[in-house]
Design a protein around this ligand. Structure first.
Ligand code: HAM
Length: 420
């Protein structure tokens, strides 16, 4: 019978890979919680309207990539393409602006966009997302980018660049939009069909079109950053000076527009040149009007999301082996020794040490082979002779050294070595 495959662009994460995910998530939770963020989990499915209103009707994410469907009663629903709109919805719905503590949130989980799958781009992908409500202070903008830098450093990721830009406020954008539209209309024949359409619907998006001829045509396009109002320019200057204070290197990228309509003022992306065209590992920015536009109070907001697949691809390029905690393997021979070995495995686990044994009573040679395949750090060899003397052989698989250790203290010995 024909077997059933997973959906294109939606991947299983198998043991061997999952250790990367766990590590990236563990470090994320640690740093986010140190910075005062608290976890929030929202449903994967929401009303379609949340995303069309929140992200913007004329964005690619909503217009082309949404998994939208009517449910059995005909109500239009969608798989979430990102987390921000959902977190904002929950913030409004549960009246969280009244809560003194809950103003910083993080969410980790799958998102869905019907894009053409390729390396670093999937239809189900995962984000580590963070959102902060209630302050427009540029200190916070800088702190968020600083936290991102610290996080990536802790993971050992190098070679990424922080790009920042300011998209101004709706006021400065209105006048700029008209200027840009006029520029685009003059060059209309040179643009791809998408950009010809965007000229009317979403002209800013033409600025980061990847098509060569559009890039060429837009080389001397007027830049929004050159025409933002003095308040926005001042805000941006202060973001930059706080970034310098926090020793967080950045590049101003006046062409970065981001793919979602809710942004204003500060926007940023973590850029790599090692993933082909999927060059953003993460991105975010301010969205001061979004909570109000989704029916909530007029509170400012800012956040970001990291693409976990992309982050892990980059980490793996730097270090091949999967990060795994040490494993001890008990190789016992003979009935009595096997019984004592079985107990020892449980004792090790009680101490928080991952331990394995062979349940089938195979030869020492085949047990050693299995230990090797498991990537074991130590093998504890227990035969009838050792058992009689209350001893055990402790073999370090890295340097192949072997020592005889008293049986009743071997757990403590390993505990010390593994720091548990
Ligand atoms: P975004 O730039 O659309 O922003 O996505 C953030 C990150 O998710 C990207 O930089 C990328 O690493 C990853 N990503 C996006 N699409 C895919 C895909 N198809 N396959 C793999 N990875 C992908 C947002 O989603 C905003 N909600 C971020 C934010 C939070 N802004 C404010 N708060």
């Amino acid at each position: 019978m024909e077997s059933i495959q997973a959906i294109k662009g939606m991947n299983d994460i198998l043991p061997g890979q999952i250790e990367w995910w766990q590590r990236v998530e563990r470090e994320a939770r640690r740093i986010l919680e140190d910075f005062g963020y608290r976890e929030i989990r929202t449903p994967v499915v929401e009303k379609l309207e949340l995303f069309s209103r929140g992200i913007g009707e004329s964005t690619d994410v909503v217009e082309k990539e949404m998994y939208a469907f009517p449910d059995r009663k005909g109500e239009w629903l969608a798989l979430r393409p990102e987390a921000t709109a959902s977190v904002v919805r929950a913030y409004i719905q549960h009246n969280l602006q009244a809560d003194a503590v809950a103003q910083k949130f993080y969410a980790i989980g799958p998102m869905f966009r019907h894009e053409r799958p390729q390396k670093g781009r999937y239809r189900q992908f995962h984000q580590i997302d963070a959102e902060v409500f209630g302050t427009d202070d540029p200190m916070l903008d800088a702190e968020i980018m600083y936290m991102l830098r610290l996080y990536l450093e802790r993971l050992g990721l190098s070679g990424v660049v922080l790009h920042v830009n300011s998209l101004g406020c709706p006021e400065c954008r209105k006048s700029y939009r008209a200027v840009l539209q006029e520029f685009l209309e003059q060059r209309s024949e040179g643009l791809c069909p998408d950009c010809q359409r965007r000229t009317r619907t979403n002209p800013l998006r033409t600025l980061d079109c990847k098509v060569d001829r559009c890039r060429e045509a837009l080389r001397d396009a007027p830049l929004l950053l050159d025409s933002i109002c003095t308040d926005c320019a001042d805000h941006f200057d202060r973001v930059k000076s706080y970034l310098e204070l926090l020793r967080t290197p950045y590049e101003v990228d006046p062409r970065m527009v981001r793919g979602l309509d809710y942004y204003m003022r500060t926007t940023f992306e973590i850029i790599t040149d090692r993933l082909g065209t999927q060059n953003a590992v993460g991105g975010g920015g301010r969205y001061n009007g979004l909570v109000r536009d989704l029916g909530g109070p007029d509170v400012p907001g800012i956040g970001f999301a990291i693409g976990m697949e992309r982050l892990i691809l980059l980490l793996q390029q730097e270090r091949e082996e999967t990060p795994r905690r040490p494993v001890a393997f008990v190789a016992a021979l003979g009935d009595l020794a096997r019984q004592r070995g079985f107990l020892l495995v449980q004792e090790l686990r009680e101490k928080g040490i991952e331990a394995e044994m062979d349940y089938e009573g195979r030869s020492l040679k085949s047990q050693m082979r299995r230990a090797d395949r498991l990537g074991t750090r130590h093998v504890l060899i227990l035969g009838e002779e050792e058992l009689k003397r209350d001893e055990i052989q402790l073999r370090d698989m890295a340097d192949k050294s072997q020592a005889v250790v008293p049986l009743d203290s071997v757990t403590d010995t390993l505990s010390k070595i593994y720091g548990r």
